[in-house]
Design a protein around this ligand. Structure first.
Ligand code: ATP
Ligand code: ZN
Length: 646
């Protein structure tokens, strides 16, 4: 029999008979490895564990405890889910099905109705039966022609078949009567899928485009171990309680309604208050740190974005230009950089003005895919705490350190602790995606790295994550669902000054090219406040709380006037307060103030009125304390000026 040879990750090479499977290869190494292995990776391509291999190559054995290994399990589970759905519902059609670090999903279209969450238990029963019967999952390779016949009548599957076809062949998996399109390597038997859970159903547009039909996406997850599944379900429950969309609704902070515009947020009075406090805070902080705040238009002539290169590189994320009919095309800006460049260019600049820090709460628009939109966290209209610093090459490191220092200060004020730094470099092999200037990249990347090392900060390095014009430092935080997201960012840019032909007059009287630094301290107002809602679980520290004090008279009739007097004294000092004059039991009113997470509830009755005192109960505490009104004012003012709780 012909021999084929495989090279292992450690560099060793072994020969096997042609037709050997990854499972055989794993067994030849050790039984314990074979037990853990779930697929093979030959020259980087995943293959089924029991697939006879015709050719050798570089081999990796994929085990259960790896990300790829989990993907194989979830892909298997999604194949079983499709089989169960096909069995339960006649004529059901399938969109995409995929798995990621968060679980897996299958998109469905029942045509005349929708799959509802109530039907999931029945679907689970069907899957359980396949698992307990240990149904075989058989790989079948179909010609493109046969594959299209097999999915006849399902336009989504037909499109996927065409996309997934390789050399005119398409992989399908047979599970009982169901022969379904394979969208990733699976395990050969159903019994592996014991620990799974169907989680929820939500609408999702086919291919993520809102002009396409809306499908029902069934979310699910699966693990190899029961304990892992249980832990994951617990985490999901906790995340749900923290979800900024849920809290935003409960506390009446904001809403987004696809009917009036997907990804366009409406800030209710409570949410707008929080945002205003954050905006004032950040502007004051920046002014105190040498930034000049400006205001520039959201609309700009499209030519500016052609000059900047956004139009060439970023067009799919931009709203289409508005053709004004007279040759002018206006664009809703997706970024504020070209606007701040106009501010810089408006005067002749001297080296004495550098570093010149221009900042703005700049509103921008990005046409994010509808499937990616999520509450305030990812929107289509957003206001970025943006800043562009124009500086000399030799000022980069100092300025970078300054911005980092400012960032850390701001994080402290907001009590943000769970974050890490990520330095993003270009991928040197991908010349298409990155501005072509070898020297600029290596110089600037090492400057940023040098500054981080000088400051003694920990960071991870990510190749291929840089912006197309330069390297960047991102501050990564986590959403309630545990997903990483970028909050703050500092990006170096050698390209825009070139493209817009920027210069300043140097000490030598000659013109020189400045470097640009883009930075966002607290990201967009939208994403930052979504994040804060989750961090605080809606219980905002006093300085941010939409309502800081609720005054409750024991009886409105008897002590209403005193309650109003206390209230106006606080209000005159800029404290956000109101009297609860509803005719309800006191216990109810106090509970209501707690439900709304108001930091201070004040109760006033006979003794308080006679001694000019207030009875104060802090959010989350059981006991109340009697204080003179003046002492209370001192306490709350101190609390407000201290920012975060600690
Ligand atoms: P992402 O990778 O999250 O899409 P990006 O790299 O395109 O972001 P930048 O152009 O650097 O983002 O924008 C600055 C900041 O604006 C980001 O760090 C992020 O925090 C925030 N941001 C970006 N897109 C959105 C959005 N659609 N909704 C809310 N905030 C956003
Ligand atoms: Zn910018």
């Amino acid at each position: 029999m012909a021999k084929i040879s495989f090279e292992f990750p450690d560099g060793s090479v072994k020969e096997f008979d042609q037709g050997v499977t990854t499972e055989d290869i794993a067994k030849s190494i050790s039984i314990s490895l074979a037990k853990k292995s779930v697929a093979g990776k030959i020259d980087g391509k995943m293959v089924e564990i029991d697939l006879p291999l015709e050719k050798g190559g570089k081999i990796e054995i994929v085990t259960k405890d790896t990300e790829d290994g989990l993907k194989v399990l979830r892909q298997t589970a999604s194949q079983l889910l499709k089989a169960a759905l096909a069995d339960q519902f006649n004529n059901i059609q399938f969109g995409e099905s995929t798995s990621d670090e968060d679980g897996f999903f299958v998109d469905t279209d029942k045509r005349d109705s929708q799959v509802s969450a109530d039907e999931l238990p029945q679907v689970e029963e069907r899957i359980n039966k396949m698992v307990s019967d240990n149904v075989k999952i058989e790989r079948k390779v179909l010609s493109l022609e046969d594959a299209l016949k097999q999915v006849d009548g399902d336009p989504y599957q037909a499109k996927l078949v065409n996309e997934l076809a390789e050399d005119g062949q398409v992989v399908f998996y047979q599970i009982g009567d169901y022969l379904g399109l394979g969208e990733g390597v699976v395990l050969p038997e159903a019994k592996a899928v014991k620990e799974y859970k169907l989680l929820s159903v939500a609408g999702a547009y086919w291919e993520g485009k809102s002009s396409n039909p809306m499908l029902q996406r069934i979310f699910a997850t699966a693990f190899y171990k029961k304990a892992d599944l249980e832990e994951d379900l617990k985490r999901r429950q906790e995340a749900k309680e923290r979800d900024h969309r849920v809290i935003g609704n409960k506390l009446d902070l904001f809403f987004v309604d696809p009917k009036v515009g997907a990804g366009l947020a409406y800030w209710m009075p409570n949410g707008a208050t929080i945002r205003r406090v954050v905006e004032r805070y950040i502007i004051d902080k920046e002014l105190a740190n040498g930034y000049q705040h400006v205001i520039t238009p959201v609309l700009m002539n499209l030519d500016a974005y052609k000059t900047s290169g956004h139009w060439q590189h970023y067009r799919e994320d931009m709203f289409p230009p508005m053709d004004m009919g007279d040759g002018e095309e206006l664009e809703l800006r997706p970024m504020n950089c070209p606007s701040h460049i106009q501010i810089f260019k408006h005067h002749i600049r001297s080296y004495r003005e550098l570093p010149m820090r221009i900042a703005e709460l700049g509103m921008m628009h990005r046409y994010e895919k509808s499937g990616a939109l999520s509450g305030l966290q990812r929107v289509r209209e957003m206001t970025l705490n943006d800043g562009h610093t124009f500086l000399r090459l030799d000022q980069i490191q100092d300025e970078f350190k300054k911005v980092l220092g400012l960032m850390v200060e701001v994080y402290k004020d907001f009590d943000i602790k769970n974050y890490h730094f990520r330095l993003s470099y270009r991928d040197p092999k991908n010349t298409e995606k990155y501005f072509d200037d070898e020297e600029m990249w290596s110089k600037s990347q090492s400057m940023l790295k040098g500054a981080m090392d000088d400051l003694g900060l920990d960071y991870v390095e990510a190749e291929g994550e840089a912006a197309f014009y330069g390297p960047k430092l991102d501050v990564q935080t986590y959403t309630a669902m545990g997903n990483e997201e970028t909050l703050s960012t500092i990006q170096l840019d050698f390209m825009l000054p070139e493209r817009f032909d920027l210069h300043y007059v140097g000490e030598d009287g000659e013109e020189h090219r400045p470097v640009m630094m883009h930075r966002g301290l607290v990201s967009t107002m939208e994403r930052f406040i979504a994040y804060l809602i989750e961090v605080y679980k809606g219980a905002f520290p006093t300085w941010l709380a939409p309502k800081q004090v609720k005054v409750i008279p024991v009886s409105m009739e008897k002590y209403g006037d005193y309650a109003k007097k206390v209230n106006s004294k606080l209000a005159a000092l800029g404290i956000r307060t109101s009297v609860d004059d509803r005719n309800e039991k006191m216990g109810y009113l106090i509970r209501d103030a707690q439900t709304n997470k108001i930091p201070y509830t004040i109760v006033v009755g006979e003794s308080e009125m006679n001694s000019n005192q207030v009875s104060v109960r802090k959010y989350g505490e059981q006991d109340s304390e009697s204080l003179s009104l003046d002492d209370f004012i001192k306490e709350i003012q101190e609390d407000i000026s201290n920012y975060s709780r600690e």
